[in-house]
Design a protein around this ligand. Structure first.
Ligand SMILES: Nc1ncnc2c1ncn2[C@@H]1O[C@H](COP(=O)(O)OP(=O)(O)OP(=O)(O)O)[C@@H](O)[C@H]1O
Length: 339
């Protein structure tokens, strides 16, 4: 494979193997004739130039070969499949044992509730790192009934867990389209352009104010950033588990966001006190003093409240929209009668 690649020009190599483009650019190979076969370029380039780049001639070929092998290995690695994620109790903040044997399956939506400082983020973090008794809570997370392979915890190119965190700020000077394209390329998804269009359209359906592929990431509002990350997680990420630290204040359509993730058969855990989200979930974990104190199944009675709650929520969203556009609130929508 490496021999075939070395016979191609730099531009063609980068086109066929985008993962090599950065390395070739770093070598300065683009600065010469990008149509010239790479092997010819490497044979002709002066020792001093390679030395400045910190490489020897043979090393360059070895490096290109290693990169290609690694990328092929990643591309051929099967997407991670989780049938069951199990969280086994550890201890609370006072060191008392936590009685918990929680099993999560694809399509499950579980909400975490509890006062400030109770340990909601700790539980999400335990799941995120697939804790093995090595975090302050002492919890254990099992994947498909067994402790995860350490490679899955620390060095997998296709991680099991995706997290959309509370605070999000972009520091990279890129447009939305370029950023999502980069992510799609890293994820090695087919038909990058179509996927990028889909992610941006989906994020716009979730966020109030529309943005374009040209909008700079740094100009996105909090809600737009959250919407973009949720669309990205649902449509680009192979991770079967999604952790979300509060979306109620992000000004995005939460029900649509949840539907999007559940449709991809992901396990979704959300830290939230939003009644609508809480009732959309199948279970709620009540966190107190660093431990799960109760697991509440959403009851039929609660589900009957959902339609009315969604109507109240629509009403409130309408009022927010009115305020956003400089309007007054001098009349209220008709609230539904309680069921
Ligand atoms: N079982 C535990 N043992 C030891 N420390 C814990 C445990 N659970 C949580 N903590 C610690 O308690 C602190 C508060 O927890 P955490 O940030 O998870 O709370 P929270 O419920 O997410 O709070 P907020 O709602 O304010 O975001 C953190 O320092 C966390 O590491």
């Amino acid at each position: 494979m490496i021999d075939r690649v070395l016979d191609l020009g730099v531009a063609e190599i980068a086109g066929r193997h985008p993962s090599l483009a950065g390395f070739l650019a770093g070598l300065g190979a683009w600065d010469d004739d990008p149509e010239q076969p790479f092997a010819g370029w490497l044979a002709a380039v002066e020792d001093a130039r390679l030395f400045d780049m910190g490489m020897e001639r043979a090393q360059v070929t070895a490096h290109v070969g290693a990169l290609l092998r690694q990328v092929t290995q990643w591309q051929n690695a099967p997407a991670p499949v989780i049938h069951a994620l199990c969280v086994r109790g550890g201890r609370d903040k006072a060191g008392r044992p936590e009685t918990l044997d929680l099993i999560l399956r694809p399509g499950d939506v579980v909400c975490l509730v509890g006062p400030t400082g109770a340990g909601k983020s700790r539980l999400l973090a335990d799941i995120e790192c697939l804790a093995q008794g090595d975090t302050p809570s002492g919890r254990h997370v099992l994947v498909n009934g067994a402790p995860p392979d350490p490679a899955l915890r620390f060095a997998s190119p296709r991680t099991l867990i995706a997290q959309v965190s509370q605070t999000m700020s972009f520091v990279v000077d890129l447009g939305v389209g370029a950023f999502i394209t980069m992510h799609a390329e890293c994820r090695m998804v087919p038909d990058v352009e179509a996927r990028v269009r889909e992610v941006i359209a989906c994020a716009n359906a979730l966020a109030g104010e529309p943005f374009t592929p040209e909008t700079a990431l740094t100009q996105l509002s909090g809600g737009q950033s959250r919407a973009l990350m949720i669309a990205d997680t649902a449509l680009l990420s192979a991770s079967p588990v999604v952790l979300i630290d509060e979306i109620e204040n992000a000004g995005i359509d939460r029900q649509k966001a949840l539907d999007l993730l559940v449709a991809r058969d992901k396990i979704v855990l959300i830290s939230t006190h939003d009644p609508l989200l809480a009732l959309l979930g199948g279970r709620r974990l009540v966190i107190q003093q660093g431990a799960v104190a109760a697991v509440i199944e959403t009851s039929e009675r609660e589900r009957t409240c959902l339609a009315a709650l969604a109507q109240v929520d629509q009403g409130l969203m309408g009022l927010r929209e009115r305020l956003r556009h400089g309007g007054r609130i001098e009349a209220l929508p008709a609230w539904p009668a309680p069921p």
